[in-house]
Write a protein that binds this ligand. Structure first.
Ligand code: SAM
Length: 267
């Protein structure tokens, strides 16, 4: 594991398989040795919390996720994404891959930064949400997807892609995936189920099914996966169930506690 000589205090650690740090990833990432991680999943702030409205359970509610999601302007968003993505490149192994998730508020900036840092883009995945809430204003198309960019550190190195698992696995809940057809770049996965929020709620929690697919596609058992914006640790829970190691970082103590609770309640 790449975590042995860190100055930052570990918030939680279980057998070098599930490790959490509380603080800004921009500081904590600097403490990891280069070429430490096999894979990174990053779900950074969307920078969409601008006092607008959305729909939840049929009601008009604020779109705001928290102060961590406020935009300080496009230049500042760009600098922020450049800082953490530069560190991610340094700590990723040469054959390693990174997944970055976002909406149109953030994903184009992240894509531009990834390319300017020399990452090689492998795919952009459209994660379609069949149960997305309706648009209340009726003045726009209803937002019903997020984009995930999948990129590798070094173009010349052979990255991991479990083609047969993706092609032949049991993906019956995905209405776009028919038996034994190749896995395409549009994935239909519903938002987290009620059961996935039994330990507490995170405003932008990802579904286990999404992380399961990502981890099975792009890592081997025993690999170490980093999530620099771990939130409720959907990445960590999925990684642990699939026998991968996990290091999660979040700036918010409340979400670190939720990540610990989720882990302890794993049956
Ligand atoms: C989009 S959410 C991630 C949700 C997560 N994928 C899940 O399934 O729960 C982004 C997270 O980044 C955290 N965050 C924001 N700025 C951060 C920073 N500089 N360093 C580390 N975490 C940060 C927020 O507290 C929030 O939990």
């Amino acid at each position: 594991m790449p975590t042995t000589h860190l100055k930052s205090t570990t918030a939680f650690k279980k057998d070098n398989s599930y490790i959490l740090y509380n603080g800004s990833c921009i500081d904590i990432l600097k403490e990891f040795q280069e070429n430490s991680f096999d894979c990174i999943f990053a779900d950074p702030p969307y920078h969409l919390s601008n006092d607008g409205f959305t729909c939840h359970s049929g009601k008009r509610v604020s779109v705001n996720k928290g102060t961590w999601d406020r935009s300080q302007g496009i230049e500042s968003n760009f600098e922020f994404n450049k800082l953490w993505l530069s560190e991610c490149k340094r700590v990723l192994k040469p054959h390693g891959t990174i997944w970055v998730s976002g909406t149109y508020h953030s994903i184009y900036v992240c894509g531009f930064v990834l390319q300017s840092l020399g990452f090689h883009i492998l795919n952009d995945i459209c994660w379609f949400k069949p149960n997305a809430p309706p648009n209340l204003s009726c003045r726009y198309f209803t937002s019903s997807h997020e984009t995930l960019i999948w990129a590798k550190k070094e173009k010349s190195k052979k990255h991991i892609f479990h083609y047969k698992v993706m092609k032949n696995g049991d993906w019956t809940n995905d209405k776009f995936k028919k038996d034994s057809t190749q896995m395409r770049s549009v994935w239909s996965i519903t938002s987290p189920k009620r059961d996935e929020k039994k330990s507490g709620k995170h405003p932008t929690q990802k579904p286990i099914e999404l992380l399961k697919r990502i981890i099975l596609a792009s890592t081997n058992e025993g690999d170490c996966i980093l999530d620099p914006f771990c939130g409720s640790s959907t990445t960590g829970i999925s990684a642990y169930k699939l026998r991968r190691k996990y290091v999660g970082i979040d700036i918010n103590e409340e979400y670190i506690q939720l990540s610990i609770k989720r882990f302890k309640e794993l049956s």
